[in-house]
Every structure is written in C-alpha cells, then in structure tokens.
Design a protein around this ligand. Structure first.
Ligand code: ZN
Length: 104
C-alpha cells in the first residue's frame, strides 16, 4: 500500500478518495477516526490519510491528484449587495460586509 494524500480536513480527504474510487482505484483511509473532532486535528500529526491498496495504481492515482491540485481552489464571487467581485478566500464582502451567498 502507498499513501498518496493527506490533509487536516476529512472532507478534502473524502473528496480525493471518492475521485480515486470512481476511477476504479481501490483505496483505504487511515486515521479517519478524527472525523468530528476537528478541534483536535493537527495535534500529534494524526491527519486522515488516503492509501492506494495496489502499488501498481499509484502512478494513476498521482495523476488524478495532480489534476485535483490544479483545480482552482476557491472561485471568486460577486457581492449581491454592492456588486463587488470578492476573492474566494473571503466569506464576506470587504466593501460592504455582505455575506457570501450560500449557493456560491
Ligand atoms: Zn458588497
């Protein structure tokens, strides 16, 4: 088995795992028990990990992960109140303070 991905965020790990499984690559999760304990993740390095079961699948898995990493992480959004375009890393408008729309 080969570890191909790890992140503090279990959601991110499960997205990656889902992508690999959907391409027919068998995977295993390790340390997934941190789910629901976000406040303690990061202490002790017990981040959830995605492992590829068959080492022969590792190159294909790496390719999928590269594509995953190249996706734009967070898209910019437009403020519904003042029309300002806001960087995706902000959850509210820097101009007027309006919250990001849920539908993104
Ligand atoms: Zn605004």
């Amino acid at each position: 088995m080969i570890k191909v991905f790890t992140a503090a965020d279990i959601m991110q790990v499960e997205v990656v795992r889902g992508e690999l499984e959907s391409r027919g690559i068998p995977t295993m999760l390790k340390h997934e028990s941190v789910r629901g304990q976000a406040n303690v993740v990061g202490f002790g390095g017990m981040w959830p990990e995605v492992w590829v079961v068959n080492e022969a699948d590792a190159p294909a898995a790496q390719q999928i992960l590269d594509q995953h990493n190249n996706m734009p992480a967070i898209l910019p959004w437009k403020c519904a109140q003042c029309g300002e375009e806001i960087d995706g890393s902000f959850d509210s408008c820097w101009n007027c303070g309006h919250d990001r729309p849920v539908s993104g």
